[in-house]
Write a protein that binds this ligand. Structure first.
Ligand code: RIB
Length: 326
């Protein structure tokens, strides 16, 4: 494999000149620059990015740590991060932590040891001290990391409240919230919105804790409907839980939305193409990823940031699992 010395020899210049061309630093005559680039092409020279990042003190790498890339919510988030990072000349290193803190810490170590310029993190553990006092900027995406770390998220509380008020307006008299995992901020906030709306309306309600997972949620919804067959509305903590609820109800011969209404959260593509299509609270997933990446690049390039928390609005999309007005 060609080295920088081979390029210098082929171009008839010093190694330092080749380095200046590669790092776009210092003055190099146009003819010399052309000769160096011609030598690079002829030799198929590939710069050593580790050495280059040490020289430039910038690897142009952004670490993206996500908890579960099999959940359709996260690939859309990653797509937005990668689009913006690429636009600004950064390469994204995607890390799937499985919500495992040991694995997450391993990825954090690898990224920092490889001089990542910054991190975007969706973690299952709030107040995670591993991310404090790093020598690179961090942005928390979807879930808070620590009060000192900027965050980009959707309005989880407002979405939970909106979903619940909607079910009540659609005539539900006994509603359940099949929520995401405990101690997870988005799930906690959606649940808080649900409880506040149900209590304010004086509508009886019940809460079941599940996971953001179809199979587990099918079991939880089955137990719920066995125990409380009079449930006529379910606010699901995310769209995968909503799919599980609809599946269990239809297998039991419960008609949707006539006997049971279901509303989800996220707005993943599956919610629209599932039959019946799922009424849901749509998160601005792509915009969240864009916002987090632009925020991180501002921090990397020391442009400062306007606010520590960016909470983006959600919207309700009516489909076939809830009753139409009128
Ligand atoms: O579906 C995955 C869930 O985890 C989403 O609701 C998202 O907000 C994340 O918290």
């Amino acid at each position: 494999m060609a080295t920088i010395r081979d390029v210098a020899k082929r171009a008839g210049v010093s190694v330092a000149t080749v380095s200046r061309v590669l790092n776009e630093t210092g003055y190099v005559h146009a003819d010399t620059k052309a000769a160096v680039k011609k030598a690079i092409e002829e030799l198929n020279y590939k710069p050593n990015y580790v050495a280059r990042s040490l020289y430039q003190k910038s690897s142009r790498l952004i670490g993206l740590i996500l908890p579960d890339i099999t959940n359709p919510f996260f690939p859309e988030l990653a797509r937005a991060v990668e689009d913006v990072a690429h636009q600004y000349g950064y390469t994204v290193v995607l890390c799937n932590s499985d919500g495992d803190l040991e694995k997450e810490k391993h990825y954090l170590d690898v990224l920092t040891q490889n001089h990542a310029d910054g991190l975007i993190v969706t973690t299952n553990r709030q107040n995670n001290l591993n991310y404090i006092n790093l020598n690179i900027p961090v942005v928390a995406l979807d879930r808070p990391l620590h009060e000192s770390i900027p965050e980009v998220c959707a309005d989880h509380y407002g979405g939970g409240k909106m979903a619940t008020e909607y079910l009540i307006r659609r005539g539900c008299n006994f509603i359940a919230h099949v929520r995401g995992p405990g101690q997870l901020s988005p799930a906690d906030e959606r649940c808080r919105g649900f409880v506040n709306a149900a209590e304010k309306a004086g509508v009886p309600f019940y809460i079941v804790e599940s996971q953001f997972d179809i199979t587990i949620s099918e079991q939880k919804v089955s137990e719920l409907l066995d125990t409380y067959p009079r449930i006529d509305g379910i606010f699901a903590g995310n769209d995968l839980i909503a799919v599980a609820a609809v599946k269990v109800a239809l297998k039991r011969g419960i008609s949707i939305p006539e006997e049971l209404q279901v509303i989800g959260f996220d707005g993943i593509p599956l919610s629209a193409c599932f039959y019946p299509s799922i009424t849901t609270i749509v998160q601005p997933i792509y915009e969240m990823g864009q916002c987090a990446t632009k925020l991180l690049i501002q921090l990397i390039t020391n442009q400062g940031v306007t606010a520590k928390k960016h909470c983006l609005p959600v919207k309700l999309v009516e489909r076939e699992t809830t009753k139409r007005m009128g």
